[in-house]
Design a protein around this ligand. Sequence first.
Ligand SMILES: Nc1ncnc2c1ncn2[C@@H]1O[C@H](COP(=O)(O)OP(=O)(O)OP(=O)(O)O)[C@@H](O)[C@H]1O
Length: 654
Amino acid sequence: MSLFLVNRYLGEDDDKSDTKESRSQALLLKLQQKAKERQRKSLTEHRQDPPEEHAKKKTLKKKNKSGDQHLQHDKKRKLECDNLEEPVKVKKKKKGVTGNAEDKVKKNVPVTSTEGLKNSGVSGEDLQEQQEVESKDDIPKQTLDTGFTVLGGFDNKPVQKVHRVLPQWLAQPDVIHKDIKGHLVPVCKIAGLSPKLINKLHHNGIDHFFPVQAEVIPAVLESAQQGLLIGPGGYKPRDICVSAPTGSGKTLAFVIPVIQVLMQRVICEVRALAVLPTKELAQQVFKVFSTYAEGTPLRVLMLAGQKSFAAEQASLSEYRGSRRRSLADIIVATPGRLVDHIHKKSGLNLEQLRFLIIDEADRMIDSMHQAWLSQVVKATYSSGSEPEAWSIFSRSEPACITAASLSPPQMPLQKLMFSATLTQNPEKLQQLDLHQPRLFSSNHCQADGTVAAAQKADCFDFPQGLTEFYVPCTLSRKPLLILHFVLRLKLSPILCFTNSREAAHRLYLLVQLFGGVQAAEFSSRLSTAERKQTLKDFQQGKIQLLISTDAAARGIDVSGVKCVVNYDAPQYVRTYIHRVGRTARAGKSGLAFTFLLGVQEKKFLKMVMDAGSPGIQKQIVKSESLKGMEGRYERALQELAQAIKHVEAVKDGI
Ligand SMILES: Nc1ncnc2c1ncn2[C@@H]1O[C@H](COP(=O)(O)OP(=O)(O)OP(=O)(O)O)[C@@H](O)[C@H]1O
């Protein structure tokens, strides 16, 4: 039984309807049709009208609407009266949906037309109007055009340029002159060098120090002024980083002061450790140390896997009674072999280490994932297992500072870092855990610490005597070009770099088959002994063309290399700098050519210019220049194909 009686307006057309239900159904249908029609209209308006016109129309519509409002309102009330349930539903939905839309507008989230369509289908034109009026300013053009919701609504402000600000020590380095020849310093002018060492230098043809040596040697000597066992004023000496071009004489910049400081030692202990990335480099530095240690009590040892582990172990230390006695003052090592000796407790004692030298430091930072540095540093702290004669000066791991912990003098450990491409990335340098570092660099920064326009993160110095060229070519012409360089241009000795050992080997075979060129290859295909012999032959001028992988790109010092050819363009600028740095060494002049395919040109030239190259010139080799060699070259190619087939057949047979 009904509690209330509600008289309903049934509408003009519905008078003839029979039942309440059918009448309300008809009304609902009509309403929905109307709503759909409006949606369609509004959608076509959105698509056709430019935003301003659309906005005008809306305002007009709104004005008209306020005139019609009473009428509409009455109509609506009539409808509501016609159907008791539906209006309630509509109201609920309308409330909810409107609230939702408002929320979105408040949150700067535009309401999409699709969403509006769905919602207004239920709630009628009021909702649609409200959405349109409320959101017309907020809806981005994109939304209107695409119908997609754009999240965020952030202002598209131009991003301000960020200037790199380096830590002071990196921003204001001690400057090293780039011009070697113009800034030579007589050996005798450097204070603190013993006459014995000066004589030795003269004996080896060194009468003047290069700029990097003239800056770094006094700095290292100064840090050891008060003797081997304590730093200046009793404090730990500052670590030293050196960034100077290839061939500028960095090796002597650490060898000479280390020999000078250690010469005064009484007991033989490992006091200097030089770590280098490859066996060849270790061998080279070992040779220089040995030369200048000759005639002093100092003993130099190499741990780079040239000898067996047992042989290396035997040369490290010996036991006299129960006491261990070190047999080396200076050790030159590769990181892998060094860590092996530390792990296997082969008798390597680093507790008295005074100098830790890291050459090719940027490369060594890259190999830091092997954590070799932390293991070496750990090994320099006293293990406490074996009481040493020098234990009074032994190092203890950093801990809380107390009066007691400060009283015994701490044996200082100083790190010396060297590279032609030393990173300026403080994050990477942090891995070296440097102590109040001091930088010597031929790269200049601005006084305020910001980096000058040309000085980006990967901007380096090139040797002054270097002239760079690039040769546009195709893949098939490359072998002919290199033969042209050797046989016609007579630029030998040439050091030619490929990007893989397979490429180096193929080119070597091809050149051999072509004939008339003294060629050799240098890569990990060869044994250590073979590589050593090859370098020796090249040094002695027995090889016209040395085809190498990047195994010879870093640090290798072969005097008299006239020309470097990048047969394959290097991928990274550091690789380029080290490769071309095998010529134009020690203030001499040299040529560097890079063969470039059309697709490589733009990217490569940009990379080199960004790295601070003074300029790279285009060198075109005309086809006519190569014509005379083509027939012989074709025959060599065919022979090479047959040789490869034969090798593969032999392999399959095995
Ligand atoms: N003061 C000097 N007088 C004459 N020659 C020197 C002097 N110092 C170094 N040299 C010679 O210069 C050449 C290059 O030196 P070194 O190998 O130390 O360069 P580098 O800076 O370490 O190069 P890279 O970065 O390629 O390793 C060597 O042959 C070395 O003998």
